[in-house]
Design a protein around this ligand. Structure first.
Ligand code: NAP
Length: 464
């Protein structure tokens, strides 16, 4: 039976382990166990879920070293980044534990009745993670832990470019569930290097909700499948975004801002969903700002991309853009799968005339757009689709209420005088935004809101 291997873009070689796609029959067994686990009420009790999450924490710590090795080999991200992402996962799990410890039902005592409203699990949940966060948007990530905290059995389709990391994290969850004598079906994991298992999983009537993180193309293909089912289900996709940055004439400390911007664009080859991909700059500081950006970008060390498919998508995108406009990039010789840092500059009229410039380019690239009036800037911004973030570099009080309203209406997080990268796991964080950045802007895979996505309310009424 042919198998597949992950790839190390740093060394330019395939990793040695051969993995095999699971069969439809094994997916079917997984779905059956998942339903049995749900119907048995194994995760109904808050205390059990707290214990499960605590046990996952300790098992993850015990396997940290071997997970780190696989993570680095399969993603070409380094150990420093691994530590950050691993900590982020542990932190998020701890937040769920705290939230479960403090959850209370709502109760009303009326003259003739008592009504109690509780949140209950939706049922088995399918999760698909993205390749740029092999832990935090994957098997140990917010979707999976949020669904388990909500009391739902989960089936993960592991990312085919980090199968080893995904299987090790799956082992952590399996072992934690076994240690607590929970049914095997509380967690399932399948691998596939094609789309057929993903499509079967989303279409299967036994799945009651889906969490997806990844590209717009992949997210929408599966979202449509979920909506076409006889019983449509909630499908929470978090997809790509341009993350526009507006440099305002009132900006102070331009050099520091532009330096941070260059780092946010090209650090780790710009492979973040919050990477700033579009910068609006006023003409009066255009030459100065763009000159500094180009210099700072040059100083950032080139980085391997996550996997060959993401690299070839990036190369293809740049080639298409080069036919439309003047793309600036360093003529440096890079190892095969490294991301070539690049940017493109346009006038605002050229930008609005061609929708291709408003597509996410995943990699160390951004578009600079020169504006001549606030009116033209507002017109161009209004035409943008929904974004995860918008960044404003300038004096907050220079925004009129209407202009600020427009900024807020288009994004899930409005950043003043900072960069959009670096999502923190805190209560106040919201990581989502209007379509197409997500299919449901009310919730997010980051923080406690991810748990709410997989629960529904039930009211129980007693006559007094
Ligand atoms: P991806 O190619 O869309 O892959 C994500 C998962 O979906 C993989 O398991 C993939 O399987 C599966 N998939 C993709 N297309 C599919 C289809 N048509 N049918 C069935 N399954 C499909 O995404 P990625 O390249 O790993 O990640 C990069 C993207 O994720 C970027 O666009 C980035 O902005 C976005 N992202 C968003 C967030 C956020 O929070 N909004 C966070 C991280 C990343 P295969 O690999 O087999 O295709």
């Amino acid at each position: 039976m042919p198998g597949f291997q992950s790839f190390n873009c740093r060394s330019g070689k395939s990793n040695p382990t051969l993995y095999h796609s699971d069969s439809l029959a094994s997916l079917d067994r997984c779905l059956t166990s998942s339903v049995e686990a749900h119907e048995s009420g194994a995760l109904k009790d808050n205390q059990t879920r707290i214990q499960l999450l605590q046990t996952i924490l300790s098992h993850a710590m015990a396997k940290k070293e071997v997970i780190a090795k696989n993570y680095c080999e399969e993603s070409s991200l380094d150990l420093v980044r691994f530590e950050v992402e691993f900590e982020r996962c542990l932190e998020q799990i701890s937040h769920f534990i705290q939230s479960l410890l403090h959850s209370e039902p709502s109760i009303d005592l009326l003259s003739d009745r008592r009504i109690e409203k509780r949140s209950i699990a939706m049922g088995p949940v399918a999760v698909f993670g993205a390749s740029n966060f092999p832990l935090a948007y994957a098997t140990l990530g917010g979707d999976v832990m949020g669904a388990l905290a909500a009391g739902c059995p989960v089936i993960v389709k592991g990312h085919p470019y980090h199968p080893g990391t995904s299987l090790l994290c799956a082992e952590v969850i399996h072992d934690a569930a076994s240690a607590l004598h929970l049914p095997q079906g509380v967690f399932g994991h399948v691998l596939d290097d094609g789309f057929s298992l993903a499509e079967s999983l989303v279409s299967d009537p036994r799945i009651k909700a889906v969490g997806f993180t990844g590209s717009f193309k992949g997210g929408m293909a599966l979202f449509r499948l979920a909506q076409q089912r006889e019983e449509p289900i909630p499908f929470f996709a978090e997809m790509g975004s341009l993350n526009p940055v507006i440099i305002h004439p009132s900006v102070s400390g331009l050099e520091k801002h532009v330096k941070n911007l260059a780092l946010a664009v090209a650090n780790e080859a710009g492979q973040y969903c919050t990477k700033p991909g579009l910068v609006f700059c006023p003409e009066e500081i255009w030459d100065e700002a763009l000159g500094m950006f180009s210099t700072f970008l040059k100083g950032i060390e080139p980085h391997p991309m996550l996997h060959p498919a993401i690299h070839s998508n990036y190369v293809g995108h740049l080639a298409r853009l080069k036919k439309l406009a003047n793309v600036s990039y360093e003529a440096e010789i890079l190892p095969d799968h490294f991301g070539q840092k690049a940017f493109l500059s346009l006038n605002i009229e050229e930008f609005v005339a061609n929708p291709t410039f408003s597509e996410e380019v995943f990699g160390p690239f951004c578009i600079w757009v020169r504006y001549t009036s606030e009116e033209s800037l507002q017109g161009a911004y209004k035409k943008l689709k929904g974004q995860l973030t918008t960044t404003f570099l300038g004096a907050e009080d220079s925004l009129s209420p209407q202009w600020r309203n427009q900024l807020e209406n288009h994004c899930g997080r409005l950043v003043f005088n900072g960069v959009p990268t670096g999502v923190k796991i805190v209560k106040s964080m919201h990581h989502g935004g209007p379509f197409p950045s997500t299919t449901d802007p009310r919730f997010s895979a980051v923080g406690m809101d991810s748990m709410k996505r997989f629960q529904r309310n039930i009211a129980v009424q007693n006559t007094l």
